[in-house]
Every structure is written in structure tokens, then in C-alpha cells.
Design a protein around this ligand. Structure first.
Ligand SMILES: Nc1ncnc2c1ncn2[C@@H]1O[C@H](COP(=O)(O)OP(=O)(O)OP(=O)(O)O)[C@@H](O)[C@H]1O
Ligand SMILES: [Mg+2]
Length: 261
């Protein structure tokens, strides 16, 4: 491995990536030094565990994200943005902010992106449920937890790619704005990749109800606009579709014995 006298790899200058130009397009490939020094995940199990992906999302990948009518184009568009982001990483210094109603696949796509980054490029990732993190941080302030604020925050601040899942789920307060602002600003200043999902958008539904800015405060909102590309997903609630499909399958099973009788 070629190292300069500052200890940085001479091939990639310490960035961990080699930028390749081919057929007029740029592609980033992980440098050999990266796999050695950062412990590239050997496989999917390692990734799921290291990134603390909840079991429900263990199988999420771009391949099993369906673009189904009537919102085929919106779903295809969102998938393309996420896939391109992972393939081109780290060419863009902006992350992705998935916005949309419940069940449209925001977390599915964000987890697929973390997965692709880890398996394709050896990028360490972390799934962070924002509500859970805030609850745990609050417990450290109330001294109801053995963990320190630093123990909780360090992985969220320092992991190369972090998914902040379900941003805005908690009512806005100055403490919340301060905490989120610290996380988002630190990651932005350190140029780390941030993926975000939220149910709130910039326009309130039907002119009523809170916007994302109302939920997270103007400072965090403004910083996120700068550091993330917004991917809006307008589609049906997939959970309802699955429920309906299950219901039909069940009805089929109940009816079939009658048919064969
Ligand atoms: N287009 C899709 N193709 C296949 N599975 C999907 C798709 N969209 C969602 N799902 C599945 O539906 C379930 C709900 O999706 P997901 O949790 O990603 O929704 P969400 O937009 O994050 O919802 P919420 O806002 O409630 O967090 C998951 O099991 C996910 O894998
Ligand atoms: Mg979600």
C-alpha cells in the first residue's frame, strides 16, 4: 500500500475513493486502502448488524422495490434517484431527503441505499430512528440512563452514511431543534452522507396541518434543504396494499375447498 509521509494513501489522497472517467461519465470506485483500513463488510449479515437495520427492513433492496400503477412513474423516479446516488457516491456532496405519506416506501428505499453503499463501496452505514434517539437522549438528561450523551451521539455524528428515519415525528421544541441542529450541522460540516425520511412536506396538507419546517424548526429545515436533494414520493400506502392482498389470499383459501367439493 503506498502511503505518503502524512500516512495518507497516495492513490486516493486519503479520500478512500478513486474517481474514474469513462465514456464522458464519472464513477467512484473504492480504493484498495479503504477495504483494509475500514473493515469493509464481508457480507450482508455483517452490514445488517453493523448498521443496526431493524429486522422489518432486512430484505429491503432496490430489486424488490416495485413500481406499481397508478403511481408507477413516481416510484420509478424515486428508485432511480436513490440507486444513482449509491452508484455515484461520493461524487455528490448532498444526501437524500425522502418525503411522503406513510407506507409509500421511504424507509425501504433509504435502507436499500445504505445497503448498496455498504456492499458496493464498503461505506459504513447506520440506521437511526430519530424518535428513539431523541427519547434516549432525553433519558440521559433526566439521568434515567446509564449511557452518556456522547455514547449515543458519537455513532450518529461520525458514521460515514447515516439514515435519520422519521424526522419530524416529534412535536417541535427548542431542545429538539438544538439537538437536531447539532447532528445535522456537524454531519454537514464534516461532509458526511445523510439520508432522511419524513412524513412532512414543505406545503401543509390542504393548507392545514404542520409543515416539515413547523416540525423541526427553521434552522434545521434550512440546513437540510442545502445538504439534501429532496425526493418526493406520492404513492399508495403499501402496507394497505399488502393487507388487502393478504385478505384476498385468505378469501381464496377459504373459498377453494368449496370449489373442489
Ligand atoms: N414500492 C414498494 N415495493 C415493495 N415493497 C414496498 C414498496 N413500498 C413499500 N414497501 C414495503 O411496505 C412496507 C412499508 O414501507 P416503508 O416502511 O418503507 O414506508 P414509509 O414510507 O417509510 O412509511 P412511514 O412514513 O410510515 O415510515 C415495508 O415493508 C416496505 O418494504
Ligand atoms: Mg418509514
Amino acid at each position: 500500500m503506498s502511503e505518503s509521509n502524512t500516512g495518507e494513501c497516495e492513490r486516493c489522497g486519503g479520500t478512500g475513493f478513486l474517481i474514474l472517467e469513462a465514456a464522458g461519465a464519472s464513477r467512484a470506485r473504492p480504493c484498495a486502502c479503504r477495504a483494509l483500513s475500514r473493515g469493509r463488510p464481508a457480507g450482508i449479515e455483517d452490514f445488517l448488524q453493523a448498521a443496526r437495520i431493524p429486522r422489518r427492513y432486512h430484505d429491503c433492496d432496490f430489486e424488490n422495490f416495485d413500481a406499481i400503477p397508478p403511481h408507477q412513474l413516481a416510484l420509478q423516479g424515486a428508485r432511480t434517484w436513490a440507486l444513482r446516488y449509491a452508484e455515484e457516491y461520493p461524487l455528490s456532496d448532498r444526501g437524500l431527503l425522502f418525503m411522503g405519506p406513510p407506507g409509500v416506501g421511504k424507509t425501504h428505499l433509504a435502507v436499500s441505499t445504505l445497503r448498496r453503499l455498504a456492499l458496493l463501496k464498503g461505506v459504513p452505514g447506520l440506521f437511526c430512528d430519530v424518535q428513539d434517539l431523541l427519547r434516549r437522549l432525553q433519558a440521559t438528561f433526566d439521568r434515567q440512563s446509564g449511557m452518556s450523551e456522547l455514547d449515543l451521539l458519537q455513532p450518529v455524528l461520525q458514521t460515514e452514511a447515516v439514515l435519520l428515519d422519521d424526522l419530524g415525528g416529534r412535536q417541535f421544541s427548542p431542545w429538539l431543534e438544538e439537538t437536531l441542529s447539532h447532528i445535522v450541522t456537524t454531519r454537514y460540516n464534516d461532509k458526511r452522507a445523510t439520508l432522511v425520511t419524513t412524513n412532512y412536506t414543505d406545503e401543509s396538507a390542504g393548507g392545514r396541518g404542520p409543515t416539515l419546517k413547523d416540525r423541526i424548526g427553521p434552522r434545521v429545515h434550512s440546513r437540510l434543504q442545502e445538504m439534501c436533494h429532496v425526493v418526493k414520493i406520492e404513492a399508495q400506502d403499501f402496507r394497505q396494499l399488502i393487507k388487502r392482498a393478504d385478505h384476498h389470499r385468505l378469501a381464496d383459501r377459504i373459498e377453494r375447498p368449496k370449489e373442489s367439493a
